[in-house]
Every structure is written in C-alpha cells, then in structure tokens.
Design a protein around this ligand. Structure first.
Ligand code: PLP
Length: 213
C-alpha cells in the first residue's frame, strides 16, 4: 500500500496537484472480506467491487467498518439496481437513463458517476459521449441521486501511455458538463490518469496482487 501511495504522490507532484485530491479506491473483487478488513486496518477507506452477488457475501463484515465507503464499479443490470443501492454508497457505472431512474427509486441518497465509453474497442458498457446531455438530465431529475462525475476504462494495453488520450478526453467531457469527479486509472496506468486530472483511481492488483481467474 505504501508503494501505491508513493506512486500517487509522485504523479500528483509532477502534475502540480496535491495527493489529497486523489481518492484511492481499493478494488477488492475476488478477494474475501478479510482482505477488506486488513486494508481498512492499514488506513484504506474506499473500496471498489464489481459483482453484487459477491459483495452480498462480504457486506455483513465490510459494511460494519465505520467510515468505509463502497463504490460499485462493475456493469450493473437494472434488475439488480435496488440491491446495489442498498449495498453501495456510490455507483460509478450508470450508463442508461433507465438505470438512473431505477437507482433514483432508492430510499437512501446515492452518489453516482456516469461510465463513458470512448472507443469501439472498449467493453460494451458505458454511455456514448453524445448520450451524456440526456443522461445527465435524467439523473438530475432524481432527487436522491447526486451526480459527481465521469468514469472510464480504456481498452487494455500494457503501455500506460496508450490510456492517456482516453483520460484526457474524459477530462474534457467532465469540464464541458461542469462535473468535478473523474474516476480513471488502474494499477498500470494510474500515473497517466493523475497527470490528466483523475480524482479517483481504482487499484486492485498493485495493492492485493493478481486475481485468480
Ligand atoms: C478490476 C478493475 C479495476 C482494478 O484493476 P487493476 O488492474 O487490478 O488495478 C479497476 N477498475 C475496474 C472497472 C475494474 O473492473
């Protein structure tokens, strides 16, 4: 964890930013609740999970951690939205107006980000940039949803510089719609993301080691 913190600090310094502007989201998917508890003991407070069913099993222990925040970062089907809104503090992967409206029925206030798909090579989920005005409006119609920013995941490449244009594009889109949050950057490309303005980096492997397939 110290190593990831140092990487964040160095990248922030290079970009003339404060490391405190960047929230480290520890991506704990596939790891048991005990790993979340250990990371919490070491001072981590933000966790990312991809699967509702998997987090159901960890939630009794994980949700008991005072001050911990859980971010949903996987693809969310609208039939699981009610449960997602109960289990998570923030949903980073809103990509349709229908999903936004379903989440908006949640009795609890919920932070949301819009996942943006910036190229054909990216995974199927994510809203097209052209769909953003309508989606932003749909979210703003829901009083319990608070839209905090945009999220993206560039096509996989070993070379972190390949991610940079996607990060820059996401920053431009967020600026256009006056959204403050940018969730971008993972284990291999968090430096490029922070240099391009990331406010949230989602890091799994660099913290917890590689996941079993
Ligand atoms: C798994 C995952 C991550 C973390 O990836 P690492 O390469 O292990 O850091 C980040 N974001 C999303 C959306 C993920 O699914």
């Amino acid at each position: 964890m110290a190593e990831v913190r140092e990487r964040i600090e160095r990248a922030a310094a290079r970009a003339g930013r404060r490391a405190g502007e960047v929230t480290l989201i520890a991506v704990s998917k596939t790891f048991p609740a005990a790993v979340i508890l250990e990371a919490y003991e070491l001072g981590l407070r933000d966790f990312g999970e991809n699967y509702i069913q998997e987090f159901e099993r960890k939630a009794p222990e994980a949700r008991a951690l005072v001050g911990a925040r859980f971010h949903f970062i996987g693809h969310l089907q609208s039939n699981k939205s009610r449960r997602a809104a109960e289990l998570f503090d923030a949903i980073q992967t809103v990509d349709t107006a229908k999903l936004a409206r379903r989440l908006g029925e949640s009795p609890r206030p919920l932070e949301v980000m819009i996942e943006v798909k910036l190229s054909e090579e990216q995974a199927k989920s994510g809203a097209a940039p052209e769909a953003l005005p309508e989606l932003i409006e749909a979210i703003r119609q829901c009083p319990r949803l608070r839209l905090t920013g945009l999220m993206t995941m560039p096509p996989w490449s070993e070379d972190p510089e390949q991610s940079r244009p996607y990060f820059a594009r996401l920053r431009e889109l967020a600026a256009r719609y006056a959204l403050p949050g940018l969730s971008m950057g993972m284990s291999h490309d968090l430096e490029a993301a922070i240099e391009e303005g990331a406010t949230h980096v989602r890091v799994g492997t660099a913290l917890f080691g590689s996941r079993k397939p």
